[in-house]
Design a protein around this ligand. Structure first.
Ligand code: FES
Length: 68
């Protein structure tokens, strides 16, 4: 689904960006151009960003210690 029509950015692209390290709207602006046109998509993009961040797996602390 298109989130940003001005820059033709989809929800999939936002999720991919989050999976590759994006954590804030400024990351999405820099990497995808989201909300750099008319700005109408900013709220929807933030919502997609929040959903994508919430879907990330929890980091496993101490995993290196257990492997040793
Ligand atoms: S819809 Fe995203 S900047 Fe216009």
């Amino acid at each position: 689904m298109y989130i940003c029509l001005c820059k033709s950015v989809t929800d999939h692209q936002i999720r991919d960006a989050v999976n590759n390290g994006a954590t804030r709207m400024c990351d999405l602006r820099r990497e995808l151009g989201v909300a750099t046109g008319c700005g109408c998509c900013a709220e929807a993009a933030q919502r997609e960003l929040d959903l994508a961040l919430a879907a990330l797996p929890e980091p496993v602390f101490g995993a290196a210690d257990q492997a040793a």
